[in-house]
Design a protein around this ligand. Structure first.
Ligand code: PLP
Length: 397
């Protein structure tokens, strides 16, 4: 495909996308297909010769769309909201075209600098973009593990790393997302899931008791993941209380605010961050609620050195002459190669402005509260948990 054909096909694709969005509500939300459906519709071998683009596009409606769950459909209410918007799609298109891999400042200066600026716009010192909340939480756990191991090695220089590692223990509530448990698995540390109170919130006393019990057993508490907006019912852990325990016990507190964290751009929700000054790191997914399409998770960390010392490997071929003044995001996460995510975030923030983004969040919360009221008028149902954001949990009485 040359640039002239790209111009034509690109315009067709934009039309296809706009038509798809405009007529989305006419489609079924979930597909009616069985596992393996696509095998019967597509050849079993790759084409030997390149095919015509029209033929490929024909197969989109014939074979692919019948197997798509339409997450952008107005009647899609499963899992969590999948953010999206036209400016975000356009930003992603441009990012794909630029095709840079921004692992260091030198690899593409605007890529790093725009990321710093847009993240500053969202919340001063939010540090970097990631592919998912799971990645943010794993990175925070690895930084905490590294910090704990460094302190332990100073105290016990002759004890094997493996033995020290076997003593580390991390905590979350029972309602934390499964990716927290997975971070523990990957990080090779024990993970305790603690009970919540009647509001589905992890409280300081419960954490304090667990830490005391584990210390008595000779274990070393090093990491707590609190959640603001749990996946199951959008409950909020008591960050104030658990933060105080973490500070007293010298334990890293990470706050997973994957969904609800987006609402913190509205002043009226910021009280939910009470006690955040004791957190070492926090993440939220703009692709959940800030009109940015997947992927774009933001993470903030108090001590970026704890992160970079845990994750820096610096081969000669990646070094450059500005290394001492510029940020190289390859040291802030797991992958070396990084997409230019900031560009879609920049497009979205500039198109809607903070007010536009706040309006969308407030509207979702208003609708959730309205829905709650309607459910309450029907005695067949009861509401479970509190309705703070856009999620309403209800069940048959
Ligand atoms: N944390 C919370 C509270 C979530 O609700 C989710 C996803 O629903 C995640 C983490 C995982 O997010 P990701 O898919 O970006 O890893």
């Amino acid at each position: 495909m040359d640039s002239s054909e790209f111009r034509d096909r690109g315009k067709e694709m934009v039309d296809y996308i706009a038509d798809y969005m405009d007529t989305l509500s006419l489609r079924r939300v979930t597909p009616e297909v069985e596992p393996g459906y696509l095998r019967d519709l597509l050849p079993s071998r790759a084409p030997r010769k390149g095919e015509n683009f029209t033929a490929i596009m024909k197969d989109i409606e014939r074979a692919i769309m019948p197997g798509i769950t339409h997450w952008q459909h107005p009647n899609f209410h499963a899992y969590f909201p999948a953010g999206n918007s036209y400016p975000s799609i356009l930003g992603d298109m441009l990012s794909a075209a630029i095709g840079c891999i921004g692992f260091s400042w030198a690899a593409s200066p605007a890529c790093t600098e725009l990321e710093i600026i847009t993240l500053d716009w969202v919340g001063k010192s939010i540090i970097s973009t990631y592919g998912s909340a799971s990645e943010c939480i794993l990175v925070a756990l690895l930084a905490a593990r590294h910090t704990a191991m460094r302190q332990l090695k100073n105290r016990f220089p002759f004890i094997e790393d493996g033995l020290l590692l076997s003593k580390l223990v991390a905590y979350s509530s029972k309602l934390a997302h499964s990716c927290v448990e997975k971070a523990g698995m990957i990080g090779f540390v024990k993970m305790r899931q603690l009970d919540v109170d009647e509001k589905y919130s992890l409280r300081g006393q419960v954490l304090d008791n667990a830490i005391e019990e584990d210390r008595r057993l000779g274990l070393i508490p090093f990491f707590v993941c609190g959640t603001l907006g749990t996946t199951a019912c959008c409950s909020f852990d008591n960050i104030q209380e658990i933060g105080e325990v973490c500070a007293k016990e010298n334990v890293w507190l990470h706050v997973d605010a994957a969904y609800a964290g987006n609402a913190m751009i509205c002043p009226e929700f910021q009280h939910l961050l009470k006690g955040i000054e004791n957190a070492n790191s926090l993440n939220f997914n703009t692709n959940k609620w800030l009109q940015v399409n997947f992927d774009c998770s933001l993470m903030w960390v108090k001590d970026n050195e704890a992160l970079t010392t845990a994750l820096t490997v610096d081969p000669l071929y990646l070094q450059h002459k500005h290394g001492d003044k510029a940020i190289d995001f390859r040291h802030w996460g797991i992958p070396l190669s990084r997409r230019f995510r900031a560009i879609k975030l920049w497009f979205v923030i500039r198109t809607y402005g903070l007010e536009g983004l706040q309006h969308r969040i407030r509207e979702h919360v208003r609708l959730a509260k309205l829905f709650k009221k309607l459910v309450e008028t029907d005695d067949r149902f009861e509401i479970m948990g509190e309705v703070t954001m856009g999620l309403v949990c209800f069940r048959l009485q």
